[in-house]
Design a protein. Structure first.
Length: 97
């Protein structure tokens, strides 16, 4: 939970700077991301963590495919390299294998 809270705070600051910029360069997009998470519960937790993070919104979750709206293209890297997903994968390996 600590990692998620840190990511939310960082994203809040980043989105606030975008909003306060008089000429925000928004290049929003919807990306598709295939998660390696196997558990429906962990997928749901991951999808909700994306939505909780300002600047991103999980549009849909179908099996392991997430469709995510990113306010800026650079937010995609936060999803592709998610520390929170790695933690959830570790939990799955530890308790579900």
């Amino acid at each position: 939970m600590f990692v998620l809270l840190i990511e939310i705070v960082k994203a809040n600051i980043h989105v606030a700077l975008i909003i306060l910029n008089p000429n925000p360069n928004l290049d929003s997009e919807i990306i598709q991301y295939h998660t390696k998470l196997k558990s429906d519960f962990h997928r749901m937790v991951f999808a909700n963590s994306i939505t909780l993070t300002p600047g991103t919104l999980t549009v849909s979750l179908d099996n392991n495919l997430l469709k995510v709206h990113c306010l800026k293209k650079e937010f995609e890297s936060g999803i592709l390299n998610s520390k929170f997903e790695k933690i959830l994968l570790t939990i799955e390996e530890r308790y579900y294998d």
